[in-house]
Design a protein around this ligand. Sequence first.
Ligand SMILES: Nc1ncnc2c1ncn2[C@@H]1O[C@H](COP(=O)(O)OP(=O)(O)OP(=O)(O)O)[C@@H](O)[C@H]1O
Ligand SMILES: [Mg+2]
Length: 484
Amino acid sequence: MSEAVSENGLQGGGRARLWRARLAQRRARLRKPLPLVVEGRLTRLVGLTLEAVGCRAAVGERCLIRGAGEHMVEAEVVGFAGEKTYLMPTTDMRGLLPNAAVIPAGASAALLAGPALLGRVLDGAGRPLDGGPPLTGGQPLSLTPPPVNPLERAPIREPLDVGIRAINALLTIGRGQRLGLFAGSGVGKSVLLGMMTRYTEADVTVVGLVGERGREVKEFTDNILGRAGMSRAVVVATPADMPPLMRLHGAMLATSIAEYFRDQGLKVLLLMDSLTRFAQAQREIALAIGEPPATRGYPPSVFARLPQLVERAGNGPPGRGSITALYTVLTEGDDPQDPVADAARAILDGHIVLSRELADAGHYPAIDIESSVSRVMNDVTGDDQQALARRFKALYATYRANRDLFSVGAYRRGGDPVLDEAVDYHPRLTAFLQQGIQEKVTLAQSRQALGALFEDAAQDGGPAAARAAAQGSTRDGARSGAGA
Ligand SMILES: Nc1ncnc2c1ncn2[C@@H]1O[C@H](COP(=O)(O)OP(=O)(O)OP(=O)(O)O)[C@@H](O)[C@H]1O
Ligand SMILES: [Mg+2]
């Protein structure tokens, strides 16, 4: 490198000037270091993992790989071992050749968030999928922002109307809660998520469609959100045929967009279909770069990633915005012990379990009231509603526990008054739990219907125990507690 200032023939003050000039040069260079791009070489490609040597790029950085005919394949650094750098493609990999040049291209361009996001459909990298103009201007979004201090979060105190009677009355949700919809495939998660999207009041709705069918993206934007819904919604779609890294980024980007709107003081509804596909994308990546599998093929990093994603939703500081999040979770093979479902249940603030048995019987939404829990219900509802909900669940559980008696004809009225009461109530309880896809039931209507369920029964002169129920809630509570 040549020195711009020469020392030759200088003395005294001249020398001092020279040193000052040199110092200024060095300072300027330190402030703006020359970008050092060290190209690497592609040595191996197995499945979805690319291995390169000689490449100087940090984890999370983007690289361009020169394929046949100057076609560039984009990839991201996901790990390294010794001299080797592991990359995952974020675009189609066709056209790659051995020894292709791997050119570091710096950090991925951040999505610029602003009000212009509303009404848009994006992919996992924040590129428009709707044919609209590119997003310019706004605040750059990080996919991995620093976590919120848990002590600064406002507690969940306000009930949220989701428009579903069974949930509003028996599993009341709070604003800022993170809830999972758990079920095997085809039991009705997406339909219930769609209903809740349409009926829940929110300033902004952010939808992450991660690893599910491509067909469902258009269905969600056109049929579920519609033109009016889309005007205050952002959809991030990374369907099943996208590379795993894109699916992973899709879920993270949707969460980042929700955080952006929350920080503007807005009430955000974040919907993710599905959390399981997010976990599976991480599994694909981790296994491909050599992480050992632990539970059911899922490597440990999957169970670290899940809370990192889910913990980002929730309330902001008091007086600021909130993110209420709904995640669908696939219980593979209808196994409630599915490791992702198990991990999700432990980190979410509630789970709504859908039952295949109910769906098969045409009972929709197929919510299994006995297995579902909203962990904030007691904070957002009054004692009356809680007592009625406990009573409902106790009656329902008693009937379900004794189903075998009915099928073998062993049930005799008068043998057990608690069971007789459960039998009398059962048709009403079942009707209460069912709801048409196009039917919206508000929180107030749901509470009223829950109260009326028992009042009506008493007035009808129906079940003897129902008459007793109207006389005092203390006894109700005791009996419900025993039956639950
Ligand atoms: N509330 C409902 N009323 C009537 N039919 C329903 C209802 N919910 C679901 N279904 C039926 O069940 C089918 C599957 O539902 P959905 O797509 O929501 O399942 P899913 O749990 O999301 O499945 P997957 O895990 O495969 O995505 C629907 O196509 C519809 O026929
Ligand atoms: Mg679905």
